[in-house]
Design a protein around this ligand. Structure first.
Ligand SMILES: Cc1cc2nc3c(=O)[nH]c(=O)nc-3n(C[C@H](O)[C@H](O)[C@H](O)COP(=O)(O)OP(=O)(O)OC[C@H]3O[C@@H](n4cnc5c(N)ncnc54)[C@H](O)[C@@H]3O)c2cc1C
Length: 393
């Protein structure tokens, strides 16, 4: 049996991209249906991003998507770059007039899901999209099935693939699920969550001869930390003592506050941009369109920037039949996407130690870090990119 639904915009993926798009469309009176293969509980408990750009916070707050971001999130006015045993603070407000907020992605998702459901929106968990058909017609369709195997077809005026880095929607736009520009890295992040007080007030990005570490915070009692590891590392192999040694040896000059480690994972990362972002009446946004290594904290923020451009374009298309903004969407989105790709690659390559790094490479890397922290122009570039370039409007 196949159930058929009709809506204006069908959105595959209830991550930050899909949910915010649906929220903004509803505010303009445009109906949408959002489906996600995971359960609400899984979505609301997966730990991912933590740093929200200045503009992202403004959008979440002003659109009514999250009234908790400013009350429960923590404003951070800087980060520390640490190398050769010394910390160097990058002060965001004095360099750019902006700050970032530490507010976990799963809290953003809880806020967005609550807002969608309170608004009576059609949001379906446990529904998996299999493919998108008829992209180049006026009635594209999502072919999906629910957890019981019942088929569902969603016919829409426009379909949006917001289904993350393993997107199935990509095939309908680029012709293949892997069609894009791609770069892999010879290292990964070992991430832990631990019960401990914060080791520092702001994030520490540390370059050391043993590799990179990121010391970040979650709350007064829970901390998130990462260190550079081999992509094939087994997250369950090291003992807690070995994990603390690995972290401590990568932040020389700082004493970490240790505590029980209750979650551990290995995060492989890559850079990716899809060859196309739109075909006919199907578009890709967020991680489905591009993936960045997490070092620059850009992934979710870039997804939000895509949403703002696409929402405006869909309003013009669906309310006035004006195709100019949707035609311009890929080119406009790609300008920011490639800037964020560069920044994420740059932070990654400047801070991590490549497995085949020579003595020359190591010394050059310290020279690069010094050129950033000792020059106002260097610090300003980093602060502008980290806090987020202004959104178009
Ligand atoms: C450890 C880590 C740290 C990070 N730190 C930061 C940070 O500090 N700042 C930042 O901006 N970004 C960060 N990121 C990146 C950020 O988490 C992602 O860029 C963001 O989640 C992208 O949002 P999205 O909505 O595009 O995709 P996703 O969040 O991946 O959502 C996609 C959704 O689609 C669903 N889905 C997939 N396939 C299907 C299908 N076939 N049918 C139905 N549903 C489907 C999935 O279940 C998922 O819920 C980090 C990522 C990681 C892993």
């Amino acid at each position: 049996m196949t159930n058929t639904l009709r809506t204006r915009v069908a959105i595959v993926g209830a991550g930050p991209a899909g949910l915010l798009l649906s929220h903004l469309l509803a505010a303009s009176g445009i109906e949408s249906v959002v489906i996600d293969s995971r359960t609400r509980d899984e979505i609301e408990s997966t730990i991912r991003a933590g740093i929200l750009e200045h503009g992202t916070v403004r959008v979440l707050d002003e659109s009514g998507a999250s009234d908790r971001v400013l009350t429960s999130g923590h404003r951070h006015d800087g980060i520390e770059l640490r190398f050769e045993g010394e910390g160097h603070r990058i002060d965001f407000p004095s360099l750019t007039g902006r700050s970032v907020w530490l507010y976990p992605q799963h809290e953003v998702l809880k806020d967005l899901i609550a807002a969608r459901l309170a608004g009576g929106q059609d949001l379906r968990f446990g529904v998996t999209a299999e493919r998108i058909e008829d992209a180049e017609t006026a009635r594209p369709r999502v072919v999906a099935s629910d957890a019981d195997g019942t088929s569902l077809e969603i016919e829409a005026d426009f379909v949006v693939g917001a289904d993350g880095s393993r997107s199935i929607a990509r095939a309908a736009v680029t012709g293949s699920s892997t069609g894009g520009y791609f770069r892999e890295y010879p290292f990964a992040w070992f991430g832990i969550l631990c019960e401990a007080p914060p080791s520092s007030e702001e994030l520490i990005y540390s370059n050391s001869p043993n590799g990179f570490a990121l010391i970040s915070q979650r709350s007064a009692t829970v901390q998130r930390m990462y260190f550079q590891c081999d992509p094939g590392a087994d997250p369950h192999a090291p003992s807690e003592a070995e994990l603390w040694d690995a972290l401590q040896s990568r932040v020389p000059g700082t004493t970490l506050k240790e505590g029980r480690i209750f979650q551990r994972d290995v995060l492989r990362f890559r850079s990716f941009v899809a060859h196309e972002l739109r075909r006919g009446r199907v578009a890709l946004i967020g991680d489905a369109a591009h993936t960045v290594p997490p070092t620059g904290a850009k992934g979710m923020n870039l997804a939000i920037a895509d949403v703002l451009l696409l929402e405006k374009a869909l309003r013009a298309l669906l309310e006035d039949g004006d195709e100019r903004a949707i035609d311009a969407f890929p080119e406009k989105a790609l300008r920011r996407i490639w800037k964020a790709q560069h920044f994420s690659w740059w932070m990654t390559s400047m801070l991590h130690v490549a497995p085949d790094a020579s003595d020359f490479d190591r010394r050059r890397q310290v020279g690069e870090l010094r050129s950033v922290v000792e020059s106002e122009a260097g610090r300003t570039y980093l602060a502008e990119a980290y806090t987020g370039w202004p959104f178009e409007d």
